[in-house]
Write a protein that binds this ligand. Structure first.
Ligand code: PHE
Length: 482
């Protein structure tokens, strides 16, 4: 992108729709090259889905009443993005802007799995380390025995079979006879201590119980490429990133500017917007437009898109996602249960509980009482704020009975019901990627789409940033050729 550092001798003007991370990246990068940039933003804040809920934050979901965050000062809930993989470009912007980061603890074997209607372990909170040790132990045992008994017709040499069995012995912590009989990896029922106190290992669950529990299906969540440790988040809230961008491009943002029409001709673009402060229609014109409005919202805005583009925009679905923040007056998960960050996973509606990966040992704490997707998110989203809180407490208390005693305040979000978002993130089917996506990636006349939805890093800030950078490069190349 080094050619972007040249100044914009031709004074081209770019109108950017949306001051989320994508829109602000575009403005920041175009600004470096001296372009004349205006961002239209419907809200009174920048950041889009990068949104940290703090004391006094309000939201009014579609068809619902107003919600006010009653958290203590200093407490926050990252309603949108909350974690960043090490290899995402988002990290580079944190570095460039001096945004302080700390680890986001995405993995913690002291946290629990808890399932209902899942055999003999139903309704029991099981430390992840116990479930992992037993499941891996039994699966390794079965495989090792199958290989040993030549039951598998493997195309490998006898020497390699021995190596494979040796690996499974280590992987599953098997005895010499290839039986799994429990492992220190699963923890103790009586901790080891000083002098003669060797501790007592826990008894493994029987194979039927651990298979029936379904816990094994949870393991892979922490294996996926973009969920592996290390992960990071900004100290003080994810919106530190939004604020860092805003510091640099904020003077170019028109807030309370709700886009109502997107027009273009062969010579330029014209954007009509409602100035929400004065409730009057206004417009701005420019040479190009970068539109970062989510497709779920964009599809209802009158616009001069080609028929192909209009069809693509209106054909793609968005994912449901919802969160609730619960403030507790005591960090009982740390004090009583020695859980410092990470998450508990469950097949209840709440799906997961995330323990705060920051400010360990402090007095109060704000945990993520649910982070739900799909039909779970829809079910929670349909409820009132009070009903969501009630359900989060009721289901969470099955895992942490301290909930009721220590609870102070909640704030919940259903992204499908948040105006100007109407969804968590784009949800392309593999068919959509073939049929509609290529169209969305191409400029439509003078309008370029950007955002997480114009990437293969959907549901991440990095997708928004990368797509904005691609569009800025395209526009600059086009302008240089003009
Ligand atoms: N990026 C979001 C998150 O980390 C959504 C997501 C979840 C993406 C799981 C990939 C995998 O929560």
């Amino acid at each position: 992108n080094s050619d972007l550092t040249v100044t914009n001798r031709n004074g081209k003007k770019v109108i950017i729709l949306g001051a989320g991370i994508g829109g602000m990246t575009a403005a920041y990068e175009l600004g470096k090259a001296g372009y004349d940039v205006t961002i239209l933003e419907a809200r009174d804040r920048a950041g889009g889905r990068n949104w940290s809920i703090r004391r006094g934050t309000t939201s009014t979901e579609i068809g619902a009443s107003k919600q006010v965050a009653r958290f203590d000062d200093g407490m926050y809930l990252n309603a949108g993005p909350m974690r960043i993989p090490q290899f995402h470009v988002t990290m580079e912007y944190c570095r460039e802007f001096g945004v302080e980061i700390e680890p986001f603890n995405n993995v913690n074997d002291s946290a629990y799995y808890y399932n209902e209607n899942a055999g003999t372990l139903s309704g029991k909170k099981i430390p992840k380390r116990a479930a992992k040790a037993d499941m891996r132990g039994y699966v390794s045992e079965m495989l090792a025995k199958a290989i040993d008994q030549k039951a598998l017709d493997l195309p490998i040499t006898p020497e390699d079979k021995i190596k494979l069995v040796n690996y499974l012995k280590v992987e599953g912590d098997l005895d010499e006879d290839l039986f799994y009989r429990g492992s220190e990896r699963g923890g103790y029922k009586d901790e080891p201590g000083s002098r003669l106190d060797a501790g007592v290992l826990r008894d493994p669950f029987d194979m039927k119980a651990i298979i029936g529990s379904g816990f094994g299906n949870f393991f892979s969540s922490e294996y996926s490429y973009d969920q592996q440790m290390m992960m990071f988040h900004p100290v003080g809230g994810m919106d530190m990133i939004a604020k860092a961008f805003e510091k640099r491009v904020g003077h170019k943002i028109k807030y309370h500017a709700e886009v109502t029409e997107i027009r273009q001709s062969s010579t330029g673009v014209r954007i009509v917007f409602n100035d929400l402060d004065k409730n009057t229609a206004k417009e701005v014109s420019g040479d190009y437009c970068i539109c970062t409005i989510p497709l779920s919202v964009l599809k209802s805005i009158p616009a001069d898109f080609s028929p192909d583009m209009a069809k693509a925009i209106s054909s793609v679905g968005y994912a449901s996602a919802g969160k609730i923040g619960l403030q507790f007056k005591r960090r009982f998960w740390e004090e009583d249960e020695q859980i410092y960050g990470g998450n508990t996973l469950t097949n209840m509606d709440i799906t997961s509980i995330y323990y705060p990966p920051t400010k360990y040992f402090s007095k109060k704490g704000l945990l993520l009482g649910y982070y739900a997707f799909g039909s779970n998110a829809d079910k929670l989203g349909k409820m009132s704020y009070q009903e969501r809180e009630k359900l989060a407490l009721m289901q969470g208390a099955k895992i942490h009975p301290q909930y009721y005693e220590e609870f102070q305040a909640s704030f919940s979000i259903d992204w499908k019901k948040i105006k100007y978002n109407l969804g968590g993130w784009v949800a392309y089917s593999s068919d959509d990627r073939k049929t509609y996506y290529p169209t969305l990636c191409k400029p439509d006349g003078r309008i370029y789409l950007a955002g997480e939805h114009i990437s293969y890093i959907t549901a991440w800030q990095a997708g928004a940033i990368e797509s904005a950078r691609s569009v800025v490069t395209d526009i600059h190349q086009r302008v240089m050729k003009e």
